[in-house]
Design a protein around this ligand. Structure first.
Ligand code: SF4
Ligand code: SF4
Length: 351
């Protein structure tokens, strides 16, 4: 059966309010598990306040050529939300004046936005210190018009970060779709051939691992060593760093947890693995997430739950870093995904 987004299926979890209801009721309402707010209060970390905005993460659209089972964006070919050139122009104006050192473009498959290349060309000229594109790799092989993306990335000194849940075809395709593994391997080889991920090269290629089921990721460093060993010996592939990311209980992963009757057990394991020292470095403490329509969020997960920043400045068109840095982060029980074990963010472990 061809997988489609929750939106396309009119699944109740396509509704952010419904997701938040699930995350606030049940075991959290009965008190079997503490709410995130109460948990972080135990160590005096509520309200959660950002430190300095260092990363501007821009989601240029929810359209994707893949429909991964655990996608927190609920992305897919049927999603039509795409950032317009006008909103991109607002983003460029902000990039010119921000003190953030990292620009992180995400999606969906960001390359599917028809103005993606225009935007990257403009933004790279501004001179961002670290310019990340989260590429799902298969987009490069999906259509002739994307075949030259590796050269395009190289030309603009893009730091490529891509998902690779496993070094075997079976496990990767199960989570990300049939044929994904082979295309990803080809794309990684092409990136390596241009210098990406190679020793001594300035072109950075990082991989992201997220678990294929209702369990937490293992140790990031050991996983990186194992992936490096197998990808090199089996396919001659090299990369820089591996980021281990915990699946947050939202969107399609929440749907999976409920359908497989793992929701409560998973929430118990997240709460049991709660690590108070991870709280101070969660992603929302140094990131602002911009949605395809320009609204501002504490992180990409809050964006998907439609929890806008708690600030009078909540749209890219009237962005103000000083005001935004004084906000309180909007939290709910999904935040336990960021504070379990070694913690988790778009750049891996945080503790
Ligand atoms: S490639 Fe990324 S954005 Fe696209 S469906 Fe998979 S997880 Fe979601
Ligand atoms: S889900 Fe977002 S708001 Fe919650 S802790 Fe993680 S980064 Fe912060």
């Amino acid at each position: 059966m061809k997988l489609t987004s929750l939106h396309k299926r009119h699944n109740e979890l396509a509704n952010a309010k419904r997701q938040l209801e699930i995350l606030s009721n049940g075991i959290f309402q009965t008190g079997d598990l503490p709410r995130f707010k109460d948990k972080i209060s135990e160590t005096g970390q509520f309200p959660l306040k950002p430190k300095k905005i260092e990363v501007l993460q821009i989601n240029v659209g929810y359209m994707c050529n893949q429909v991964c089972t655990h996608c927190h964006v609920d992305a897919g070919p049927d999603r039509k939300e795409i950032m317009t050139k006008e909103t991109m122009q607002h983003c460029l104006d902000v990039i010119k004046k921000t003190e953030a050192h990292t620009l992180d473009l995400t999606g969906g498959a960001p390359e599917m936005n028809p103005n993606f290349r225009w935007f990257v060309e403009k933004a790279s000229k501004i001179g961002v210190q670290d310019f990340i594109v989260r590429s799902n790799l298969t987009i490069i092989k999906s259509n002739k018009k994307y075949h030259d993306l590796p050269e395009f990335f190289k030309k603009h000194n893009i730091h490529v970060i891509s998902s690779m849940p496993h070094w075997t075809q079976g496990k990767t395709d199960k989570q990300r779709g049939n044929g994904v593994f082979n295309k990803s391997i080809q794309a990684l080889q092409e990136l390596n051939a241009l210098g990406y991920g190679m020793p001594e090269s300035k072109l950075k290629l990082d991989l992201v691992y997220n678990p294929s089921g209702a369990f937490l990721p293992g140790d990031q460093y050991s996983m990186e060593q194992e992936f490096k060993k197998v990808l090199k010996s089996d396919f001659g592939i090299q990369f820089n760093n591996m980021f281990a990311i915990t699946n947050l209980p939202i969107s399609r992963f929440l749907d999976y947890l409920i359908a497989s009757e793992n929701y409560e057990d998973y929430m118990y394991s997240l709460v049991e693995a709660y690590n108070p020292s991870a709280v101070q470095n969660v992603m929302c403490t140094n990131t602002i997430s911009v949605s395809w329509d320009g609204w501002l969020y504490d992180c990409d997960f809050n964006q998907m739950l439609e929890l806008k920043v708690n600030s009078k400045v909540n749209h890219i068109s009237h962005y103000n870093e000083n005001i935004l840095q004084n906000r309180e982060v909007v939290i709910s029980q999904h935040c336990y995904g960021c504070t379990a074990g070694a913690g988790s963010s778009c750049q891996g472990s945080v503790a």
